[in-house]
Ligand binder design. Structure first.
Ligand code: ATP
Ligand code: MG
Length: 266
């Protein structure tokens, strides 16, 4: 669905991103993580041809949807008018659009003006318009930044259903490990303009953490890695004896991310 070969993006003299090789298959959901300024948006923007680059980016579809971090629409029209205008349809006669509006709980916002709805509602409205076009390939750059915990959870749940149903290929940039845990088939970590990890989360967990890990006091920096199943009981017993709060994990993405980054800094 998406193939990158020898990608180089520079802003002036500064090399912002290098990706020698990257293939994303149809129906895969890729979660992209990395520090601020690492090159995540640059990756998205070069795939979309929004920044000049050297190398080869091949998209096997013309059906591409984009959701940027911020959207702007005309403030003098209701949301209904904006949607109908941009999608060139009439809500009354458009079953598909009505379904999406209900799916994202947006009906009560239709008569409002865009400037008067909340950040989460704005994101939903943009998603409705992007998904209406049933893109085969979808880029989401920090879709849930600024949403409260509950809205984020609700949105992720809805998207999970939608993506499965439509077999959408998705590249989503996020700072929230939980989003990746819930949605992504593969995790791509960018550091300082380089792809430093790209694989299924469970493979990265095995490689960078081990069989399992005990996170002490809910702080991923305080973790005990376990390589063999037999070791788990003694570790757990010790933690209980010490009176520590802990949880066991075999797939925590925040832990994977932290460990991958540690390897990079070592
Ligand atoms: N238009 C631009 N002109 C010059 N430099 C840029 C431009 N866009 C990005 N950069 C630089 O390129 C690097 C990568 O930026 P990018 O926007 O891809 O980071 P990011 O990983 O998306 O960060 P964030 O998490 O903050 O969104 C940064 O050092 C940034 O300052
Ligand atoms: Mg960015």
């Amino acid at each position: 669905m998406l193939e990158i070969k020898g990608l180089n993006v520079s802003y002036g003299k500064k090399l912002a991103l290098t990706v020698p090789n990257l293939t994303i298959n149809k129906g895969e959901i890729i979660g992209v993580m990395g520090q601020s300024g690492s090159g995540k948006s640059t990756l998205v923007n070069s795939c979309l041809g929004l920044v000049p680059f050297k190398g080869q980016v091949t998209l096997n579809t013309d059906d591409v949807g984009i959701l940027m971090q911020e959207q702007y629409y005309i403030d003098t029209m209701t949301n209904q008018k904006i949607m109908e205008g941009l999608l060139n349809t009439s809500i009354k006669k458009d079953k598909k659009l009505v379904e999406l509006i209900d799916f994202f709980n947006f009906r009560s916002q239709l008569s409002h003006h865009f400037k008067n709805i909340s950040g989460g509602q704005k994101q939903r409205m943009s998603l409705i318009m992007v998904l209406y076009q049933e893109p085969e390939l979808l880029f989401l750059d920090e879709m849930t930044t600024g949403l409260d915990f509950e809205s984020r959870q609700a949105l992720i749940k809805q998207l999970k259903v939608y993506f499965k149903e439509h077999q959408t290929t998705v590249i989503m940039v996020t700072h929230y490990a939980k989003e990746i845990e819930q949605l992504a088939d593969k995790l791509l970590i960018i550091d300082n303009g380089q792809v430093i990890a790209f694989d299924a989360p469970k493979n990265l967990f095995k490689q960078y953490v081990g069989y399992s890990a005990f996170i002490v006091g809910n702080n991923v920096d305080k973790n005990i890695k376990v390589q063999q199943p037999e070791e788990e009981y003694s570790v757990a017993r010790q933690l209980i004896d010490d009176g520590d709060d802990f949880r066991r994990t075999q797939g925590d993405i925040e832990l994977v991310y932290t460990e991958v980054m540690k390897g990079q800094r070592a």
